[in-house]
Design a protein around this ligand. Structure first.
Ligand code: UD1
Ligand code: UDP
Length: 375
């Protein structure tokens, strides 16, 4: 079966890498990889870690790109790619602009689409924005829905998706994490841009990431002011923040946290996957608005405070290892302070479990596809 896997950003690359590696080893599949290059540096970091060379690179990223600008150039470029490549199936992952554009372009070519990580929903088109709309629209276009959990399957059933097309597989992020964790733990972590003394001094580490569009402006200002206050309140804690390359993120982070006054705040460049996992593994608390980090952290037994008001990933919240704190200054400061000073509160949240998968999602997706005969 001739499959084209199309993706464009860091999280899609991480979550599709184990599937690409497995399909390329399997004689039953001819697996072609097309990257849109919606992300450039952050995508290339992942391709390098997993040793994946794309068959086609549409190289679309423009600094400060707009959603409409990227959408129009992506649909045109993917259309062109599909016309030449003629796959029997297109696979996409998640909820980015690349996902929606690939699904739409494939639909126009009457090529069936398999959607990996299908059925995540908040039920609110504004949160996350624009990803919730990308999810809903991609579901309407897809022929296969690989839902990571029972609750994502139930979301699809509520939207009247044909049950025969939904397959609960677990999330491929856990397959990726298991592939990478052994390598990350095999050597002493070296975190590019972070002086060795920061991890050698035995101080607790708070890891911060953030990039959600709905948090741009006041939300990011509030997050950064909260980190600055926490850094002053806890001088013996190291706050490590690999800053996303989106200029809307870098501006407030640099303005509020870039001052030399915050000597225990370390702003570094986005990390390659292995050192990032090593840093998660070494952290005491994680503050994030990331989807992937929310899914990986429970496997590592790390408490996560999610700086959003909604989540499409309720499993770890129900299990008690992830808590939603929004972007409210006081809430972030209070909840982080509690986890840093109250051992019982920390232990209650720091339970290692895998609500998002068992590392066998790729196996299940491939088993479904092996039984399918393209018409
Ligand atoms: C995108 C996705 C989001 C996903 C996130 C993962 C959409 C609408 N957004 O958001 O769903 O959660 O990726 O990180 O699809 N940039 C670089 N180099 C890079 C990556 C980004 O310079 O490697 C800068 C560029 O100026 C670029 C900007 O960031 O124009 C925004 O990139 P874009 O992919 O549009 O949005 P993200 O915020 O990264
Ligand atoms: N990640 C990484 N380096 C970093 C920050 C995150 O490799 O500096 C990984 C992280 O482990 C997770 C993924 O990137 O697998 C999450 O990406 P992001 O937060 O950009 O997107 P989201 O998951 O929110 O769509």
């Amino acid at each position: 079966m001739k499959v084209s896997i199309i993706f464009g950003t860091r999280p899609e690359a991480i979550k599709l890498a184990p599937l690409i590696l497995a399909m390329r080893r399997d004689a039953g599949f001819t697996c072609r990889v097309c990257v849109t290059g919606q992300h450039r540096q952050m995508l290339d970091q992942v391709l390098e870690v997993f040793g994946i060379t794309p068959d086609a690179d549409l190289n679309l990223m423009k600094p400060g790109q707009t959603l409409a600008g990227l959408t129009s150039s992506a649909i045109a470029a993917i259309d062109h790619y599909l016309a030449a490549d003629k796959p029997e199936l297109v696979l996409v992952q998640g909820d980015t602009t690349t996902v929606l554009c690939s699904a739409l372009a494939a639909f126009y070519h009457r090529i069936p689409v398999g959607h990996v990580e299908a059925g995540l929903r908040t039920g609110d088109l504004e949160h996350p924005w624009p990803e919730e709309a990308n999810r809903v629209l991609t579901t309407r276009l897809a022929a296969f829905h690989f839902a990571p959990t029972d609750s994502s399957r139930d979301n699809l059933l509520r939207e009247k998706v044909d049950p025969a097309t939904i397959h609960v597989t677990g999330n491929t992020v856990i397959d990726a994490l298991f592939l990478a964790l052994e390598r990350a733990r095999a050597t002493r972590p070296v975190i590019p841009g972070l002086p060795a003394r920061v991890l050698d001094n035995g101080h607790p580490v708070v890891l911060i990431t953030g990039h959600r569009r709905e948090n741009f402006g006041d939300g990011f200002d509030s997050i950064c002011r909260a980190v600055a206050t926490l850094a002053q309140r806890f001088p013996a804690v190291e706050f490590v923040y690999p800053v996303h390359l989106n200029p809307n993120v870098r501006e407030p982070v640099g303005r509020i946290l870039g001052e030399a006054a915050h000597r225990n705040v370390h702003l570094i460049e986005p990390l390659p996957y292995l050192p990032f996992i090593a840093l998660m593994d070494r952290s005491r608390v994680i503050l994030t608005d990331s989807g992937g980090v929310q899914e990986e952290a429970p496997s590592l037994g790390k408490p996560v405070l999610v700086m959003r008001d909604t989540t499409e990933r309720p499993e770890a919240v129900t299990a008690g290892t992830v808590r939603l704190v929004g972007t409210d200054f006081k809430r972030i400061v209070d909840e982080t302070s509690r986890l840093l000073s109250d051992e019982t509160a920390h232990t209650t949240m720091a339970r290692s479990h895998n609500p998002y998968g068992d590392g066998k999602a790729v196996e299940r997706i491939m088993a479904v596809l092996r039984t399918w005969r393209p018409s």
